[in-house]
Design a binder for this molecule. Structure first.
Ligand code: AMP
Ligand code: MG
Length: 337
């Protein structure tokens, strides 16, 4: 199989529709990261996603629909606060988890009685979803545990000649995955932090909680248990107070003949680069860091033998989501520690 990369022209979306109706898997641009999609009603097609990614069988997928798709047949009920949130944030980077009606393939939610639904705002994604007019089950279009893809080339690097088509919409402006919000209870609960923050949700609904997994409990958002987003090079992680130790590690790697790099917020990265130290700058603001994180991790794994992260000092906004991804990329606080 040869992988084609096409824009969301008529040719691109019609070709995507053919592949989806045949039970195939197609990658597509969204405003968060690229997705790897299949017909959510088709068991075999959904299972292909797990096989392609090497994804654990207990890590559920999100059903993506176009902005006019009637989700009432897919879910048992939509609470009033979810109606408000849909109006406020959709289409956009907010995934909402509902009690499932059981209509989509059981492999989408990995046996859970809930279904995660997202309405992406990306023009490419909308054209694709409108053309197929089906719920498309899709996780991020990377091999399991690898860094999420934010360009068509990142998808190509992971799935070259294993999928027929990548719908290219350019770089993903959001840069980290959607917020996952549990809408099955009396109040909304953030299961995975992302570009729509707890504060933004609470400003609409009055109350919003963030889920905290208790020791030994199966996480409510199963994907959150895994080490994830990892670049394929050696890594180290230091707080800014540990800069001297981090520099020691850098020198050690250099003396060994390796190619060490720092990953740090741009202010610090610029200071380091003045001293001829190799750096990947993350950006200055929370939103810039979200946008740059995966692209820099993908660049780093191609160039660095050791990537040393200096923990960003910026707080607020989407930093909760950024810090969650960053720590998991560096294996900090994950279950496989
Ligand atoms: P990915 O798009 O690769 O980040 O994967 C989708 C993520 O959505 C999963 O890892 C889960 O964290 C979350 N998710 C999908 N379906 C559900 C569900 N029914 N309940 C809770 N979380 C879900
Ligand atoms: Mg993923």
């Amino acid at each position: 199989m040869r992988t084609e990369i096409l824009g969301a022209s008529r040719e691109g979306t019609e070709r995507a529709k053919e592949y989806i109706l045949e039970g195939g898997v197609v990658a597509f641009h969204t405003e968060t990261v690229y997705g790897l999609g299949a017909n959510a009603f088709n068991d075999d097609a959904v299972q292909k996603i797990f096989a392609l990614k090497g994804r654990p069988a207990d890590n559920p997928l999100i059903a993506h629909v176009h902005r006019d798709y009637d989700i009432s047949s897919l879910v048992d009920y939509v609470p009033d606060y979810a109606v408000l949130l849909r109006k406020a944030f959709l289409p956009g980077p907010l995934t909402m988890v509902y009690p499932s009606s059981g209509k989509v393939s059981k492999f989408v939610s990995c046996g859970l009685n809930t279904l995660a639904i997202r309405v992406p705002s990306s023009v490419t994604a909308q054209k694709f979803l409108k053309t197929v007019n089906l719920p498309i089950a899709a996780p991020s279009a990377n091999r399991s545990k690898h860094v999420s893809p934010v360009t068509a080339m990142h998808v190509y690097d992971d799935f070259k000649n294993e999928i027929p088509l990548i719908l290219d919409g350019g770089s993903c402006e959001g840069g980290i995955e959607s917020t996952v919000l549990d809408c099955t209870g009396d109040d909304p609960v953030v299961l995975r932090e992302g570009l729509v923050t707890q504060e933004m949700i609470a400003s609409v609904t009055g109350r919003c909680f963030v889920y905290e997994k208790k020791a030994g409990e199966r996480p409510k958002s199963p994907g959150m248990a895994y080490k994830h987003y990892a670049p394929q090079c050696a890594t180290a992680y230091f707080s800014i107070e540990e800069l001297e130790r981090a520099l020691g590690k850098y020198r050690e790697e250099k003396e060994r003949g390796g190619r060490p790099f720092f990953l740090a917020e741009s202010g610090i990265a610029n200071e380091l680069s003045k001293k001829s130290i190799n750096v990947f700058p993350l950006g200055d603001t929370d939103e810039e860091m979200a946008q740059n994180l995966y692209a820099q991790l993908r660049r780093a794994e191609k160039q660095a033998s050791l990537l040393i992260c200096l923990e960003p000092t910026v707080c607020g906004g989407v930093m909760a989501g950024v810090m969650n991804r960053l720590k998991r990329a560096f294996g900090i606080g994950t279950e496989e520690d």
